[in-house]
Design a protein around this ligand. Sequence first.
Ligand SMILES: Cc1cc2nc3c(=O)[nH]c(=O)nc-3n(C[C@H](O)[C@H](O)[C@H](O)COP(=O)(O)O)c2cc1C
Length: 244
Amino acid sequence: MLFNEYHQISKNRRQADAARRDHTDVTSPEHFKTTYYKSYDRFPHIVLPKPESIEQSYSNIIIKRESGRNNKKESITLQALSNILYYSCGELSSHALDGRGRRAVSSAGARYPLEVYILTINPNDALSNGLYHYRPDLHVLEYIYEHALTPEEKDSLFIHTWVDACSLAIVMSSLMERNVGKYKERGYRYTLLEAGAMGQALQNASTVENISSCIYGGIYDNTLEELLDVDGVTETIVNTVVLN
Ligand SMILES: Cc1cc2nc3c(=O)[nH]c(=O)nc-3n(C[C@H](O)[C@H](O)[C@H](O)COP(=O)(O)O)c2cc1C
């Protein structure tokens, strides 16, 4: 099976003459230590409200988390969306190690291969219809284009009909070269692991806001990638979370 072939070739294997390294790895090239941000600078910026601090207990959040399929609880507001994005995809403070922005979710070698887009599925209180890109360094949304999805488009994007009634989709893509440039085949594993961690963080943060969410594998990748205007190779979708 292809998956097993891939898994085997992407294992770390120790060479007889390999030197052990410490985690600061001073020999790595400068571009491996640089954080890259995709940006849509020329598009309107929607400044997200300052994230609020979370008052709920961690145990309560974990116990409450569940996948929701249209059991709408609260209508999503821009404040709630700001909180959700900040505590899952946001850049929070500086790394003690090198002063670069630390994020809510860890990243192999601090390569941060993931980009985050918001696609509205239905009119909602948080955002006008359309496609947005999240800038973790600025905590703003870049409004890429205005668009209301038609029923036919929803049909071409999602396998399951319940998604058609959701508010929005948070779509994670990976800019593969950021990871595979350094880690080769294994870099692909890392992007998927990170997308999973980010999905979990998004669900936890949505739970705090009492907004029902579901990690959603049932997208038609190529159609959604076309909507995002990414080529599906150098930048490809790796996870999607829908908010009800
Ligand atoms: C990678 C992944 C893909 C998923 N894809 C779907 C999906 O396409 N449709 C769906 O209804 N739920 C999907 N789910 C949600 C799971 O069905 C759900 O997590 C599972 O039933 C356990 O329920 P819980 O999350 O409420 O604990 C997905 C979850 C994960 C982690």
